[in-house]
Design a protein around this ligand. Sequence first.
Ligand SMILES: [Zn+2]
Length: 162
Amino acid sequence: MSSRNNPNRIKIHRSYTVIEVSETLGVHPKTVRNWIRAGLPVIDETRPLLIQGADLKLYLKQKRKTYLHRCELNEMYCCKCKDPKVPSINSVEFIAKPAGMAHMTGRCNECGCRSNKYVSWRDVNQIWTALGGKLPIAEKHLILRGLKPLNYPLSKVFNDEK
Ligand SMILES: [Zn+2]
């Protein structure tokens, strides 16, 4: 993998336009637009499109990990175990992001280390049941922050475990 495409060049406390990302990382703007289409979150309703440095960094790190270590849908790469691991179900949270994506976070079942990855809301129910969870997912595992997840049957969620 190219050494120029390096997440360490990204500052987490600023936001970037597509062109700035392309210049900082030395990749084509088209590549950046493809990342957005593939789930890189953008800041809602701004023109030009802005990308949070923190989101970009996480996205690139995850991309690199997925490239190196194939994770199952319900697994996350654990930095400490250096392997894809299933998170403990009680620690798992799905945080809403724009464009139908969710930021999944949870603690490794074996070492307790926290991992993150981006998933599509479409896959959230499937991930949850693969972890041994029952549907609907309790509200405490979903962090929506005013965002309405796309492709997700919300009415089924909020009747449970208030
Ligand atoms: Zn671990």
